[in-house]
Design a protein around this ligand. Sequence first.
Ligand code: FE2
Length: 185
Amino acid sequence: MSRIPTREEAWTLLNEYNREPFHLFHAQVVEGVMRWFSEASGEDPDFWGVVGLLHDLDFELFPEEHCVKEQEILRAHDIDERIVHAVASHGYLCSEADAVPEHPMEKTLYAVDELTGLIGAVARMRPSGNVSDLELKSVMKKYKTLNFAAGCSREVIQRGAEMMGISLEELIQKTILAMRTVPGC
Ligand SMILES: [Fe+2]
């Protein structure tokens, strides 16, 4: 029977397929942000957190099959189909996986994945080097500077906000608050 892994099991699985500190850190950032959003909407933080931790499971070893290979890996580990669908759907329109974000958890993952990268890049330029004193307006300015953190797709972030039914500003403000709960951000 398929199941939801514990945080420890998910972390172990992530480390089987990832060695790059940057990838492991990104997974933990998205995990923490997903937990924050779940709590804000009365959902299960453990479930959302595990999805955040596992969402890029295949990216380091199988970048060409991103969002496809991880479905196979997760199924081989008997992991719940809701998690398989969620991780696949974060590549909506950006990968070979054809899953569409449907559940609020999936829409949140889609919206925050690239955005955490952008916010992290803005935070690192501050004297503090972190998000503790980062303000929305600083992020908005860099968001509009398209050659800043150009790898963070503004199109995906904007689409994510629309999927969640909130403004871009609200999404960014909430993601800053969420990242303040994550060690190292
Ligand atoms: Fe990601």
